[in-house]
Design a binder for this molecule. Structure first.
Ligand SMILES: *Cc1c(COP(=O)(O)O)cnc(C)c1O
Length: 374
C-alpha cells in the first residue's frame, strides 16, 4: 500500500461544534438571556429527558463523571474502610472515587470482552467488601445477572460506572440502571458529549435519590436547609440545555457507531492476529454502543506505528497502564488477563465523524501490515 496524505484522527473535537454551530449558539443565547445559570429549568428538563430515555426514576446532573462516582458511592451508603471491588481495566477516576471517600479499591480482572470478570470478583470478596463497581467499558454492559448473583449472595451493593455506556443495554435494561446508583460522563469525547465537563448520577431508589440531591448542593434539602455534609457538584444550565438538544438525536449516533463496528468486524474478523470486540449482532443479551473499539493485536506496537505512518491515529486506553500497574498507587493485585492484555490492546478510531471510507482505509492499513487481503 502506498502511503497517502489521508488522515484519520482519533477524535475530531472541533467537529463537535461545527456541524450544528447555529443551533448550539441559539440554545446558549436562550439560557444566557434568561440569566439561568445554576439549578434551573434547563437542568430539570435535561434530568427529566434523560430519566425518560433510561426508564429510571431519578436523574441528577452533576459537575462531571468523576464527581458522579463519589456522590453515587456516598449516597448508596459505602463508608470509610469498606472495600469496593472495581476492575483494574478502568480510568483512574473509578478507584479514585472509592479512595477519596475513605474506602478501599480492590482490583478485579476482566474478560476477553473487557468487562469485569465475575469469577475474579467472587474471589476478591472479604468480610469488608461492601460494594462492586462494574465499569461498563467501551459502550458494553457487563453480565449483570452474574454480578447481581454475587451481590445477592454476599449482600453487596452494586454501583455502576457507566461513564462510557449511555444507551448500552444488557437484556434490554440500560447500563447505569442496575445497582443502587449509576453514573455517566458527558466529557466531550463521550457518547453524549457536552462542551466542557458534565456528569449524572441515576437511581431508582428514593432514599438514595434524596441523598444525591443534597450531596451535589452543599447538603441542602429542597427547602434549602443543610441536612448533612455536601459539596458543590452541579451541572451548569448551559451544558444541560445543550445536552437536552443532543439527546434528541442520540439514537442515530448510536446506530452510526454500531454501523462502524459492523464495518470493522466485516473487514477484520478473518485476521487471526486480532481479537475484536463482540460484533453488534454477536449476542442478543448485549446491546453495545461502541464508545470505543478496543482490539487486541499481535505485534501491537509495530501495527500502531504502521497505522501512524498511514495517517491513522490510535491510542491505548489509560495511556497504556491499567490501575494495578500505576506504581505510585502501590496496588498488590496482578490480574492476569488484564496484565497480558495491556501488551496487546489499543483503540481504533471510533466516532461519528468517521466516513465508511475512513474505516475502510484503517482496515486496509491493518491488512497491509499483516500482509493479508481483506
Ligand atoms: C470518562 C470516564 C470517567 C470520568 O468522567 P469525567 O466526566 O471525565 O470525570 C469515569 N470512568 C470512566 C470509565 C470513564 O471513561
Amino acid at each position: 500500500m502506498k502511503t497517502s496524505q489521508r488522515r484519520v484522527p482519533f477524535f475530531n473535537y472541533p467537529a463537535l461544534f461545527e456541524k450544528h454551530e447555529e443551533e448550539y449558539l441559539s440554545i446558549l443565547r436562550g439560557v444566557m438571556r434568561r440569566g439561568a445559570y445554576i439549578l434551573q429549568k434547563d437542568l430539570r428538563e435535561f434530568e427529566e429527558s434523560l430519566a425518560r430515555y433510561l426508564g429510571v426514576k431519578h436523574v441528577f446532573g452533576v459537575a462531571d463523571g468523576s464527581n458522579a462516582l463519589t456522590i453515587a458511592l456516598l449516597a448508596s451508603g459505602v463508608q470509610r474502610g469498606d472495600e469496593v471491588i472495581v476492575p483494574s481495566h478502568t480510568f483512574i477516576a473509578s478507584p479514585a472515587a472509592i479512595h477519596w471517600i475513605g474506602a478501599v479499591p480492590v482490583l478485579a480482572d476482566c474478560l476477553p470482552d473487557k468487562m469485569i470478570d465475575p469469577r475474579s470478583v467472587e474471589a476478591l470478596v472479604t468480610a469488608k467488601t461492601r460494594a462492586i463497581m462494574p465499569v461498563q467499558l467501551n459502550g458494553r454492559t457487563a453480565d449483570m445477572d452474574a454480578l447481581q448473583a454475587i451481590a445477592d449472595k454476599h449482600k453487596l451493593l452494586l454501583v455502576e460506572d457507566a461513564a462510557q455506556a449511555l444507551g448500552s443495554r444488557f437484556k434490554d435494561r440500560f447500563a447505569g440502571t442496575f445497582g443502587a446508583a449509576g453514573t455517566f460522563s458527558f466529557y466531550p469525547a463521550k457518547l453524549l458529549g457536552c462542551f466542557g465537563d458534565g456528569g449524572a448520577v441515576v437511581t431508582n431508589d428514593d432514599r438514595v435519590a434524596a441523598r444525591i440531591f443534597m450531596l451535589r448542593d452543599h447538603g441542602r434539602d429542597p427547602e434549602g436547609i443543610v441536612r448533612q455534609w455536601g459539596m458543590n457538584s452541579r451541572l451548569d444550565n448551559v451544558q444541560a440545555a445543550l445536552l437536552t438538544h443532543k439527546l434528541k438525536s442520540f439514537e442515530p449516533e448510536i446506530q452510526r457507531r454500531r454501523a462502524i463496528a459492523s464495518l470493522y468486524h466485516e473487514r477484520l474478523h478473518g485476521l487471526s492476529q486480532l481479537l475484536l470486540p463482540p460484533s453488534p449482532t454477536a449476542d442478543p443479551s448485549h446491546f453495545d454502543v461502541y464508545q470505543n473499539y478496543e482490539i487486541e493485536a499481535d505485534r501491537r506496537d509495530g501495527l500502531r506505528a504502521h497505522l501512524d505512518r498511514c495517517g491513522v491515529s490510535t491510542i491505548i486506553q489509560w495511556s497504556g497502564q491499567p490501575v494495578h500497574q500505576l506504581e505510585a498507587l502501590g496496588f498488590r493485585e496482578r490480574p492476569p488477563y488484564t496484565e497480558a492484555m495491556f501488551k496487546r490492546c489499543f483503540l481504533l478510531p471510533m466516532n461519528t465523524t468517521l466516513s465508511d471510507d475512513d474505516v475502510s482505509y484503517v482496515c486496509d492499513g491493518i491488512h497491509a501490515y499483516y500482509g493479508t487481503h481483506g
